[in-house]
Design a protein around this ligand. Sequence first.
Ligand SMILES: Cc1cc2nc3c(=O)[nH]c(=O)nc-3n(C[C@H](O)[C@H](O)[C@H](O)COP(=O)(O)OP(=O)(O)OC[C@H]3O[C@@H](n4cnc5c(N)ncnc54)[C@H](O)[C@@H]3O)c2cc1C
Length: 466
Amino acid sequence: MKAPPTFDLLGIGLGPSNLSLAALVAPLRELSVKFCESKKAFAWHPELMFSDATMQTSYLKDLVTPVDPTNPHSFLNYLVKKGRFYHFVNTDRKTVSRLEYEDYARWVSEELRPHIDFDSPVLSIEHRQDHFHVSKKDGEYTAKNLCLATGPQPCVPDCAKTFLGPEVFHAKSPHLTSCRMAGKRVLIVGGGQTGVEVFRNALKEKWGRARSLQLITGRENLRPLEEGPFVDEIYTPNFVEKFHGLSQESKDEFTAKLLLTSDGNTPGYLQAFYEELYLDRFYQKQFTDYSISPLRWLKKVEKKSSSYRVTLFNKLEEKSEELEADLIVLATGLRTQLPPLLDRLKEKIVFDEENRPLVDLHYRLRADLGPNHIYVMNFSRHGHGIADPQTSLMAYRSAVIANSLLGARRFEVAQAPLFLDFFHQETQHANLPNPLLYPLQCQRLCAGKARNPDLHWSRGEEERSH
Ligand SMILES: Cc1cc2nc3c(=O)[nH]c(=O)nc-3n(C[C@H](O)[C@H](O)[C@H](O)COP(=O)(O)OP(=O)(O)OC[C@H]3O[C@@H](n4cnc5c(N)ncnc54)[C@H](O)[C@@H]3O)c2cc1C
C-alpha cells in the first residue's frame, strides 16, 4: 500500500488563524506544509456575516503585516491587486467591514490553494513512531507537527439545551441563515456584538417581519468595547509574553477584568443603531414592536404546544418575569475546548486543574509526544491572556510558531517596550532567548543590549518550567 504523504506541518482548520500561518510558511522552501479545512471554500463565520458588521481590529493587523510587511498576502496588496487601493483610501477608515475582511482572506486562500485541502474535515489523529497519523474524509496524511486552529464552539445555556433545533438555536448555526421570523415572537438572548447585530438585522426584517422582538442581556447595558491607546497595549506581543509567566490565579483574575476590551460592542455600531432607533421612534415608525432588556438572566425554557414559555430573572428588581416566544436565538458566546479529534491523544496532553490544556510560549501544547509538537491557536486565553482569540495578534502568533518550527528567528516579533509598566523590571528581562536554540540571536541581542539598554528583547524563546 502506498504510504500517505508526509508534511513538516499539517494545519487543521482554515479560519483566519491558520490562514495567517499558511501565508507565512507556505512560501518557505525549508518546510513542507498542508492545511485541511472542512468547508468547501474559505468562509468566515458565514452564519454571522451581516452587511452592517465591521471588524473591531485595524486592517493593518491583517494576516501578515505586523510581522512581515513585505509578504504578498497583506491587506494592502489585496487592495492593489483588486484595483481598489485609491477608493479604499478615500473611505478614510481604520477598520473594514467583515465582508471586506472575508473577501481579503478568501483571496489569500486562493493564492495559497496548492497548500490547502478544502472539503477535507480531519476526523481523527493518532501519534506513533514520531509522527502524527491523520485521517480525514478524503484520505490520510502523516505529519511531524500539527497546528490546530479549529475555532471555538457555541456556548449554550443549560436550560435551553434540550430544545436545540430550528426554533431554539445558537446564533452561530445554520438555523439562523435559514430561519423565518415573519409573524413570530422572537427572543434574542445576549447583548454582546452578535446579539445586537442579530437584533438590529431582525428589526430591519432580514428574516421577515417578526410579530415582536425582545433582546435580553445579563449585562447592565449594551456595553461598549473598552478601547484606547493604553488599553490596547494589552494587545501586544510584549504584554502577552510577560503575562504568560504570571500565576494562573493572577491570569484568571486579570483576564476577567479585561473582558470588555474584547467582548464589548463596537462603539460606532452602537451609535449607528441608536440613531436608527431614534429616527424610527420619532419619524419613520416602521419597526415592529420591540424591547431591549438589560440585567435579565435566562432561567428556564419550557415547551408550550407551539411556543416556549421563558422565565427570566430581573437582577435589578430581583424578581422573575415570564414571556412567550416562538423563536429563541442564543447569542450566548463561544467557548474554546480541544476538539474530540484529539481524544486519542488526551492522556499525553497536560491539563490544569480546570481541564484547560497547558500551552507554552511557542503555542505548543505541553504533551508527551517525543520530538513532535501540536501547536494551537485560539485555545489559550487562560495562558496567553485576553488577546488569544483575537485577530489582533494573529500574525504575531503565526510568526512565533513559524520561528519555532524553523528553529530560527525568521520573523521579527520583538517590539519596543510598552508605555505601561505592568511588570517588575526583573521579569522584563526574564525571558532571554534560549542560547541552545538560538545561539546567534542570543549573541546579537546581548551585544545589542549592551549598546542600547532600551532594546526590547523579551520574546521568550525559552520554554518556562511550569
Ligand atoms: C462573528 C465574529 C466576529 C469576530 N470579529 C472579530 C474582530 O473583528 N476582531 C477580532 O480580533 N476578533 C474577532 N472575532 C474573534 C476571532 O478573531 C474569530 O473567532 C476568528 O474567526 C478566529 O479564527 P480561527 O481561525 O481561530 O477560528 P475560526 O474562524 O472559527 O476557524 C476555524 C476553522 O476550522 C474549521 N474546522 C473545524 N474543525 C475542523 C476539522 N476537524 N477539520 C478541518 N477543519 C475544521 C472550521 O470549518 C473553520 O473554518 C470574531 C468572532 C466572531 C464569531
